[in-house]
Design a protein around this ligand. Structure first.
Ligand SMILES: *Cc1c(COP(=O)(O)O)cnc(C)c1O
Length: 446
């Protein structure tokens, strides 16, 4: 029998709504609270820094389905659906009876899933009369996506990029600047927060935490400027559910349903994007299908930054300086300084509040992947499937390989679905370091 490798959706099959898992969770995530008053924040509080519509979505625990604006849908159509691919060659190389599928979010001009949220965030800012957006970026995928989306909707864009990532991946700042954004390495001397960090630690390599502090400071001191975030927050995962909603339809075309769903984990947006639409069948009365097979949901984080498995569940700041609201999440502490691993998008101290609650409730789990194992997995994937994965995505591939190897031992023909969150073509210095034997593992030391 001829075997089909790629599954796509027609334009009329594209999802028209995002899925808001908060509305169907039995135990809702705890609210963000104001650091000084300790009072729960409302959408108006959040709208000081974020687009009002994003602030509303952030706290929406009522509506399970949220319409994708027509202008955003129009832009989604230029690169969606993304392919669902059966990784036959990887399966053969592993000698596993498992069926391995991946959702390929690397095939848009920006190269990662981040554009799925950059477009709606810039659209809402434009609608609300904002002229400038700012953000932080790690490896630069979010900054690149936002720079492009801002240009698309006629907004000015300023990006703070984590200094170490800027040095590791110089082309990403070139990409952002090509789209018309201004880019600063963080910590920088251009903000109070940046100056304070540099004064304490002149060689600070930067982290997502430092860059967030700087971007929020810029947003709150610049007229008509909003802050945007590419991960962690609920509205970001909401926008990313386009991934899982498509994947669900594509898996049906393949005639399969996943036993295991895997994504790498930085703040949770690509994980939530793929997982939440599948998880809805095991959640509440509304979407609950008792007949739906139980899925093992796995978030793959780096061993050097293991908030889900070794962090504490508590209220913590989202940034280093303590400008953000306090969020109830699994965290390694907002002053945690992650090792300089190449998966820049996973070097974040906290986990999104939805995922944190789901982990507490036993609906999903985290696994820790050492850096070298992640690159070995990425190499095998590249050599079998012909796609060079982003260092972040390599963590999902490594977790997939672990599960596929278990299937080999037990002879189980499980269906594994993972998210290929991005390609690694701008990350070749990382592959060079790996190939030259210059990379090492960093264990988390409490
Ligand atoms: C940003 C990024 C991640 C991590 O962020 P999440 O919000 O956890 O998805 C993973 N992979 C790629 C390619 C990224 O750009």
């Amino acid at each position: 029998m001829e075997r089909q490798k790629r599954f796509l959706l027609n334009e009329d099959e594209l999802p028209r709504q995002w899925y808001n898992i908060q509305a169907e969770m039995v135990n809702k995530p705890l609210p963000p609270i104001h650091p000084a008053t300790k009072q729960p924040l409302n959408a108006d509080d959040l709208a000081h820094i974020f687009a009002a519509e994003c602030a509303k979505q952030e706290l929406d625990q009522e509506h399970a389905w949220i319409d994708i604006p027509a202008e955003v849908l129009e832009r989604y159509k230029s690169y969606r659906s993304t392919p669902l691919v059966r990784a036959y060659a990887l399966e053969e190389a592993l000698g596993t009876p498992a069926h391995i599928y991946f959702k390929n979010e690397s095939v848009n001009p920006l190269g990662s899933h981040k554009i799925n949220s950059a477009l709606p965030q810039c659209y809402y800012c434009k609608q609300e009369g904002t002229t400038n957006v700012t953000t932080e970026t790690g490896a630069g995928q979010w900054g690149a996506a936002l720079s492009y989306a801002a240009k698309t909707f006629g907004l000015e864009c300023a990006v703070y990029q984590v200094k170490i990532s800027m040095q590791q991946k110089p082309y990403r700042s070139s990409i952002m600047r090509t789209f018309g954004a201004t880019v600063e390495g963080s910590p920088s001397m251009s903000t109070r927060a940046g100056k304070d960090i540099i004064t304490k630690d002149p060689l600070h390599p930067g982290s997502l935490g430092t860059a967030i502090s700087e971007a929020i400071e810029l947003a709150t001191t610049t007229p008509n400027c909003k802050y945007t975030l590419g991960s962690v927050l609920n509205h970001v995962s909401l926008h990313q559910t386009i991934i899982g909603l498509e994947a669900e339809k594509q898996m049906a075309k393949a005639g399969e349903y996943p036993d295991i769903v895997i994504a790498c984990f930085g703040g949770g947006s690509n994980f939530g994007g793929l997982a939440f639409p599948f998880m809805r069948h095991q959640l509440s009365a509304v979407s609950h299908q008792p007949s739906a097979p139980k899925i093992d949901f796995i978030a793959a984080e780096p061993s050097s930054c293991p908030k889900l498995t070794k962090g504490k569940f508590e209220y913590d700041f989202g940034d280093s300086a303590g400008y953000t609201p306090l969020l109830p999440m699994f965290t390694l502490g907002h002053d945690f300084k992650p090792a300089n691993i190449h998966a820049g998008g996973l070097r974040y101290h906290g986990a999104g509040t939805i995922v944190s609650q789901l982990v507490k409730d036993g609906l999903m789990r985290g696994v820790d992947i050492p850096q070298l194992e992640s690159f070995k997995a990425g190499m095998l994937f590249a050599q079998t499937e012909g796609i060079i994965p982003a260092p972040e995505s390599c963590h999902a591939i490594a977790a997939t390989i672990r599960e596929a190897q278990k299937c080999k031992e037990t002879g189980e023909e499980k269906v594994i679905l993972f998210n290929l969150s991005g390609h690694g073509l701008i990350d070749m210095t990382a592959y060079d370091s790996f190939l030259n034997g210059d990379l090492q593992d960093f264990e988390y030391k409490g």
